[in-house]
Design a protein around this ligand. Structure first.
Ligand code: HSE
Length: 402
């Protein structure tokens, strides 16, 4: 019997306990032993809950119990979750988590502690919720030189952008709807400002490049400036707008960016709608591989945590290695980034704009409008920003093309 302790009985933690109960047979078959929840650590009591008798409030009980070989950290945050994870790994207990904030902030350190103590630190659920991506990168795709990863990694913003595109909803209205449906938090910053996507693309980059990307070094723009107007222009251009996390290996230098992009209808990412996530990995041999599914939600995310528990159950007393090392990756600058840009320009400045950039295309959504949409030819980001800034408020908004 493999005894598991669950830290945090919230949405994902209770999903983990539910799956371990409901899929008992599958877990026993796949791991070669029975898997059972021995403790649930939470500050609260859960009277009437079927697992009420497993709830404890003292972490020391878990860390001192030699029967517990696997701990599932579903507390979130980087405070107690960090302290408890470290203590478990130092005591030879493998830790499985959905906590992307902790993985992005302390991943290599925790992986090293796991290695030193013959146990494992696993975080499949930290990126893409229920979509398998972390393990495929470390197993099925290991014959590849990964050239880039481009993903829609945040379900909340993808839901909002889909509704703005397909139903013409405005940003404030759809944000309230996302909050009502429980997708967006009351403070929606992490999702709408792109911070969540940023941590996820940082984790994926570190895994395929083998060195650490500090997520704070990734230029991150959210969706807060996107309006229904940008979607009208996008439709004229046969495109939609998606929040993308982009990571490219430029001969050992990492080009990473989080921003809304006008995505062509020809891209497989165009069809990733609603709360779904899609992650496209490009290898030098296999070329494009696409991962698609539910990037959030109780049972989808918990399923990925439990898959990690099974992997740990098969490897008790051993470290499952991970190539991510505590060595900084050199980051590309804006001079290395090349995009075409869609730009909304006040008509008062449109002639000057057309003279300042190489223009690929001009778009108008309304004859009577006092603005014009331009698509520039591909150019480096540093040059684009340098020139666009000289237009001040005459440039209303811009969105990169993909
Ligand atoms: N807030 C995240 C999302 C949850 O909407 O994708 C999963 O990481």
């Amino acid at each position: 019997m493999k005894h598991v302790a669950v830290l945090g009985y919230g949405t994902v933690g209770s999903g983990v306990v539910e799956i371990i109960g409901r899929n008992k047979k599958e877990l026993a078959n796949n791991s070669g032993d029975e898997v059972s929840v021995k403790y649930i650590l939470d500050l609260r009591d859960f009277p009437g809950d079927p697992y009420e008798d497993k709830v404890i409030h003292d972490f020391d009980i878990i860390v001192k119990d030699p029967e517990v070989s696997i701990v599932c950290e579903t507390m979130g945050g980087t405070g107690a979750a960090y302290t408890f994870t470290k203590a478990c790994l130092e005591n030879g207990k493998s830790v499985c988590t959905s906590n992307k904030a902790l993985v992005a902030a302390h991943g290599p350190e925790l992986l090293k502690i796991a290695e030193q103590n013959n146990c494992s630190y696993m975080f499949e659920a930290s990126v893409g919720g229920g979509i398998p991506i972390i393990r495929p990168l470390q197993t099925c795709l290991t014959a590849e030189h990964i050239e880039c990863i481009i993903g829609i990694l945040n379900g909340t913003t993808n839901f909002m952008l889909t509704k703005m595109d397909e139903e013409g909803c405005d940003y404030d209205e759809i944000l309230k709807e996302a909050q009502r449906l429980g997708y967006a938090e009351q403070n929606p910053e992490a999702d709408v400002c792109g911070y969540d996507t940023c941590r996820k693309i940082a984790i994926l980059t570190s895994l395929y490049m083998g060195k650490t990307v500090n997520y704070e070094d990734i230029k991150t723009e959210g969706i807060t400036k996107i309006t229904t107007k940008e979607f009208k222009y996008a439709a004229e251009l046969g495109r939609s707008i998606k929040l993308l996390g982009i990571s490219k290996d430029l001969d050992g230098k990492c080009l990473a960016l989080v921003a809304p992009f006008m995505v062509s209808a020809k891209s497989p990412l165009y069809g990733v709608r609603d709360v779904f996530n899609g992650i496209m990995v490009t290898g030098n041999m296999v070329e494009d591989v696409m991962f698609y599914g539910r990037g959030a939600g109780k049972l989808a995310t918990a399923s990925a945590v439990v898959a990690d528990i099974v992997e740990c159950a098969k490897n008790v007393g051993k470290n499952v290695p991970c190539i991510w090392k505590d060595e900084a990756i050199e980051m590309a600058t804006d001079a290395d980034k090349k995009f075409a840009y869609f730009v909304r320009v006040n008509n008062a400045a449109k002639d000057k704009f057309a003279a300042s950039f190489e223009i690929e295309n001009t778009v108008n959504i309304d004859e009577a409008s006092d603005e014009t949409g331009f698509v520039t030819k591909e150019m480096t980001e540093d040059k684009f920003i340098e020139v666009v800034e000289t237009f001040g408020e005459d440039v209303i908004n811009y969105v990169r093309m993909f």
